[in-house]
Design a protein around this ligand. Structure first.
Ligand code: SF4
Ligand code: SF4
Length: 101
């Protein structure tokens, strides 16, 4: 049975901060091959990765294409959106309290 993103996030509320840090590191590592190669990211001066986990970028302003749909984290976390680098979405993988911007 496949769970929704919301169900997965709910289940993750019980994991320790150390485990969460480990998962965010893993997400960033995977993200290198997607955000890292994406036209929106390239040349924007950004070095941060894993926007679905840590929230939006302060440097990326212009949307030039998004590779999130191809990223395995999208499938693993049942993400349904894109351009995580440009908007404050309600429930990042890491911080459940980020408000919509
Ligand atoms: S979130 Fe999407 S648009 Fe933003 S850097 Fe990553 S792949 Fe590119
Ligand atoms: S879904 Fe997008 S922001 Fe999240 S790790 Fe993958 S490429 Fe990066």
């Amino acid at each position: 049975m496949s769970e929704t993103f919301e169900e997965k996030i709910k289940a993750m509320k019980t994991i320790s901060p150390e485990e969460m840090d480990k998962r965010v590191k893993e997400i960033k590592n995977v993200c290198k091959s997607f955000c890292g190669d994406c036209p929106t990211y390239t040349g924007a001066g950004e070095t941060q990765l894993g926007f679905c986990a840590v929230g939006k970028s302060n440097l990326i302003k212009e949307k030039k294409g998004c590779l999130c749909v191809n990223c395995p984290i999208t499938k693993a976390m049942s993400l349904r959106w894109d351009y995580y680098c440009t908007w404050k979405w309600k429930r990042t993988v890491r911080d459940l309290k980020v408000d919509m911007g």
